[in-house]
Write a protein that binds this ligand. Structure first.
Ligand code: DQA
Length: 148
């Protein structure tokens, strides 16, 4: 089983950017948590981060036929990107949306999520632990679908 974790713009600035909102754990800590979760679950987990919308679309397209599940934090593109939503719909891979902060308690412009209409679940406000929850959820979902 392979799960791809995609992080959008400024997630590489974790620990530096707005620690009151995103916490003090840095991007390397997030990468380690993702890697450790893969080991814990005995699955192949790849993490990818980009600040560029088109690169994220390319990465999603490349996942077609290669990846069983996607965890995505599109970051600011959550609220703007029809292109990322369309790419997810195109490849048809089960996807969980993650946000480090509790977006529902933030500004109005963060209340729109384009990817949410495609995602099987949204995890928001759990800090970087949300990625672990998302991977565990996807693993169970993929195993359940395979068993049918
Ligand atoms: C975020 C929330 C977004 O609104 C914001 O633009 C981000 C990070 C989060 O993880 O909480 O960059 O997706």
């Amino acid at each position: 089983m392979k799960i791809l974790v995609i992080n959008g713009p400024n997630i590489n600035m974790l620990g530096i950017r707005e620690p009151g909102i995103y916490g003090t754990q840095d991007y390397m800590s997030l990468r380690k948590l993702i890697e450790d979760t893969g080991v814990e679950c005995d699955i192949n987990v790849e993490e990818y981060q980009s600040n560029h919308e088109g690169d994220i679309v390319d990465k999603i397209q490349h996942a077609y036929g290669r990846v069983d599940g996607i965890v995505i934090n599109p970051a600011a593109y959550t609220h703007t990107s029809v292109a990322i939503l369309d790419a997810l719909k195109a490849v048809g891979i089960p996807t969980v949306e993650v946000h480090i902060s509790n977006v529902s308690a933030r500004e109005d412009f963060r209340q729109i999520s384009y990817v949410r209409q495609y995602c099987v679940k949204t995890i928001s406000g759990l800090g970087i632990e949300g990625y672990r929850q998302a991977i565990l959820y996807l693993k169970d979902l993929i195993e359940f679908k395979r068993s049918k």
